[in-house]
Every structure is written in structure tokens, then in C-alpha cells.
Design a protein around this ligand. Structure first.
Ligand SMILES: C[S@@+](CC[C@H](N)C(=O)[O-])C[C@H]1O[C@@H](n2cnc3c(N)ncnc32)[C@H](O)[C@@H]1O
Length: 197
């Protein structure tokens, strides 16, 4: 199979797999929260336990991390969390169009891709924020935290300039619980933006 056709076929398979899992998820939940890049799930298991009124969906691209997260969540007896292997852009493409995140969107210590030639791989980019906004209810907060100061600054600039999001300078971080990367960070900074109405 030619490489482009192969790549398309792989993407279709991934979409189909994610959609199969999503069919079991209460995407119409009145408080639906998303964590992108959940890693080993330290933050989201604690968050979901503290917010039983929400349904929390956590995605990551690394199977092993998700397995550990799922085990933590099972040990804690959580019934309000879903752990899903998916890259953020493919995940959004797999969502039913009527899905709206109404709780919070959480991005903790995303890969910073420090070299300029790799910045295109960063999560917080205008096109991604536009796509995310399509699935986000008005006023829902997007909570971003990183220990990489240059990424903090460019992500802040990108979200501040974006037509679908408004920075919430008075916004308070919703819940503190150290993630793996937070526990290793010497310092970090956060911003919160809200989906414009
Ligand atoms: C630096 S780690 C941070 C993990 C966790 N949030 C923490 O604070 O410990 C970044 C995580 O994002 C995941 N990741 C990278 N690109 C992703 C993407 N496009 N979609 C979803 N997750 C992604 C990685 O696999 C990794 O687990």
C-alpha cells in the first residue's frame, strides 16, 4: 500500500477504535471534564475522586501510562473516569459533533518541544484551540500548567490572541494534586482561559 494510503488507513483504524470506546462513555454528562496528556493519572484520579458530580475523560498516547492510570482509578473505586489511548487531534475528530465539555479542560505539563523546529508539535496552537473550542461549552475553563517558561509564554500569547478563548486572569487553579511531572519541577506557572460565549 502506498505510504499516504497506509497512513490514512491507520488513522481510520484509530478513529474507529476510539469511537468504539467512546460509545460507552456518557458524553452527554452535564459536567464533562477532559484531561489531555494525563500521563500516569496521578492528578486525574485524585480530581475525579474529589469531583464525583463530574465525568472525567483522560487521554494520553502512551498505553503503559494509561494502564497504570486505569489501575489507580480501579483501586480507588472510581466510576466517573474514562482512560483512553488517543492523540488529542484524533480524539477530537472521533468525538460526536454534539459533545460539549462543560466541566474543565486540563492540560498539565504538556511536552514542551524546546527546539524551535519542533514547536509545530506543541499542543497549544491556534488550529488546535479552534478545534477544541468546537467541543467546549461557553465559559468552560481551559487550565494550562507547565514548568517550561518559554512554552508558558508562547502558549499564553496564542490563547490570548485566539478568537474563541478569553484569558481569565483572576481564575483560580481548580484543584491541587501533584502530577508526576509537577513533582519533578523546580517551579511552574499556570494560566486559565475560558471559552468565549
Ligand atoms: C510531560 S508528560 C506530562 C504528564 C502528566 N500530565 C504530568 O503532569 O505528569 C506529557 C504527556 O502528554 C502525552 N502526550 C503527548 N502528546 C500527546 C497528544 N498529542 N495527545 C495526548 N497526549 C499526549 C505524553 O504521552 C505524556 O504522557
Amino acid at each position: 500500500m502506498p505510504p499516504i494510503e497506509e497512513a490514512i488507513a491507520i488513522r481510520q483504524q484509530r478513529l474507529a477504535g476510539i469511537r468504539r470506546t467512546l460509545a460507552e462513555v456518557p458524553l452527554d454528562h452535564p459536567r464533562l471534564t477532559l484531561e489531555i496528556g494525563c500521563g500516569h493519572g496521578h492528578f486525574l484520579t485524585a480530581y475525579a475522586a474529589a469531583h464525583p458530580q463530574e465525568h472525567c475523560v483522560a487521554i494520553d498516547i502512551i498505553e503503559e501510562r494509561l494502564r497504570k492510570a486505569q489501575r489507580k482509578s480501579d483501586r480507588a473505586g472510581l466510576t466517573n473516569s474514562t482512560w483512553l489511548r488517543a492523540a488529542a487531534d484524533v480524539f477530537l475528530d472521533a468525538l460526536p459533533v454534539a459533545t460539549r465539555f462543560t466541566g474543565r479542560i486540563l492540560v498539565l505539563f504538556p511536552d514542551p518541544w524546546p527546539k524551535k523546529k519542533h514547536w509545530k508539535n506543541r499542543l497549544i496552537q491556534p488550529a488546535f484551540l479552534s478545534r477544541l473550542a468546537e467541543f467546549t461549552a461557553p465559559t468552560t475553563p481551559l487550565c494550562f500548567r507547565t514548568d517550561h517558561q518559554p512554552y508558558f509564554e508562547t502558549a499564553l500569547e496564542v490563547v490570548s490572541d485566539h478568537p474563541d478563548w478569553a484569558l481569565d486572569p483572576a481564575g483560580e487553579w481548580p484543584f491541587e494534586h501533584e502530577s508526576v511531572f509537577e513533582s519533578k519541577a523546580e517551579s511552574f506557572a499556570s494560566w486559565i482561559a475560558r471559552r468565549k460565549t
